[in-house]
Design a protein around this ligand. Structure first.
Ligand code: 5GP
Ligand code: MN
Length: 336
């Protein structure tokens, strides 16, 4: 049965929890992106400016295109390398995570926290922490973080402004996706006035691609498939292709947007082979399809126009099953 979403706590209640905590562990989701890391670094900096001990926990490396953010705050592979720093924390704080499954290996650590807090923007988030604020109308978690920091009356310095701006620009596809609002632009304008280095974000995130990445993208796109009457595009990356080109998985960022960019395509599906029985799936839609429903069918979720899931099975099985799920939804939509 589907769980009913809990009512949001207020920003005042979230602020109080943060004011009371002394040692805070911030959790992001796996497959770190600009929104979760931008949001987390801005919050971590705000908390440290208040004299608190705050860390961002992650069980993976920071992707190269985000290494200009304040990565000194990050404890990479915390369970193995930083046991002593995990002790005595009084708050576990999730940012941009729709459910505890998004922490993967750090799930239990989060849930064992003496108190848990979640600030997010995913519509599928039912409120899994003790205290929750889910800004479902916000284009990025960073937008919620901005509003929270403003409500707490804390200063947004240029480093924080750049981090929040990074979250907003990446999660809105450079202000192109349908979740972008007038408020999103007002916040971006305020961040520029706070000293956000927007040119640095553009260059680091969008204009610093490795040659391997460009070649990899070319190879992936050369094999894309159209189906569902040309309304859906699917592509995939295998471990064998990465090995052949000497590329890494974080270099495929943006491929799913290329698929959605094809004229007439409503659904974009991109599959990443993590290992022989795990495939990460990214789903996007353009104007009307609900891809969060497809993500949910495979244990994932997200937003109506952008969702994802982790598929347990081979790349071949993922291709077949995702294709079937998209075709079924398209058939239902096109016949009603
Ligand atoms: P992406 O394709 O960029 O990995 O994810 C697109 C959106 O779907 C993001 O907002 C992300 O948070 C959400 N998402 C991706 N994978 C999962 C998943 O496994 N579970 C849930 N609940 N959401 C996901
Ligand atoms: Mn986000």
């Amino acid at each position: 049965m589907e769980q009913k979403a809990k009512k949001n706590n207020t920003f005042a209640e979230v602020g109080k929890v943060l004011e009371e905590a002394k040692k805070i562990l911030i959790f992001t989701h796996v497959q770190i992106d600009g929104d979760c890391l931008g949001s987390a670094t801005a919050l971590c900096r705000m908390l440290r400016n208040e004299g608190k001990e705050a860390w961002i926990l992650m069980d993976e490396e920071v992707p190269g295109y985000l290494s200009f953010l304040e990565t000194d705050y990050c404890l990479i592979h915390p369970k193995e390398n930083h046991k002593e720093l995990l002790e005595g924390a009084d708050l576990c704080f999730a940012v941009d995570c729709s459910d505890p499954g998004r922490f993967e290996t750090l799930r239990d650590l989060f849930l064992q926290g003496p108190k848990t807090l979640c600030v997010d923007h995913h519509s599928t988030n039912v409120g899994f922490a003790d205290v929750n604020y889910v800004g479902r109308d916000c284009a990025a978690a960073a937008e919620v973080v901005y509003k929270l920091i403003r409500s707490m009356d804390k200063t947004i310095d240029p480093v924080m402004a750049t981090a929040i701006y990074t979250g907003m620009v990446t999660d809105t596809g450079q202000f192109q996706y349908s979740a972008t609002t007038a408020e999103t632009h007002r916040i971006a304008a305020d961040l520029m006035e706070c000293g956000a280095d927007f040119l640095k974000v553009s260059i680091e995130v969008y204009q610093s691609h490795t040659m391997a990445r460009v070649l990899l993208k070319g190879r992936i796109l050369s094999e894309l498939e159209l189906f569902a009457d040309g309304k859906a595009a699917m592509a995939y990356v295998s471990q064998a292709l990465l090995a052949e080109l000497g590329a890494t998985m974080d270099e495929v960022e943006g491929v799913v947007e290329e698929l959605r960019g094809i004229k007439g395509v409503e659904y974009a599906v991109f599959l990443k082979e993590i290992n022989e029985d795990t495939v990460r799936v990214s789903l996007r839609s353009k104007e009307f399809a609900d891809v969060s429903a497809i993500g949910k069918q495979f244990g994932g979720g997200g937003h109506v126009r952008a969702s994802g899931c982790t598929f347990k099975g081979t790349l071949g099985e993922a291709r077949t099953q995702l294709k079937k799920a998209v075709e079924e939804q398209w058939k239902a939509l096109s016949t009603c």
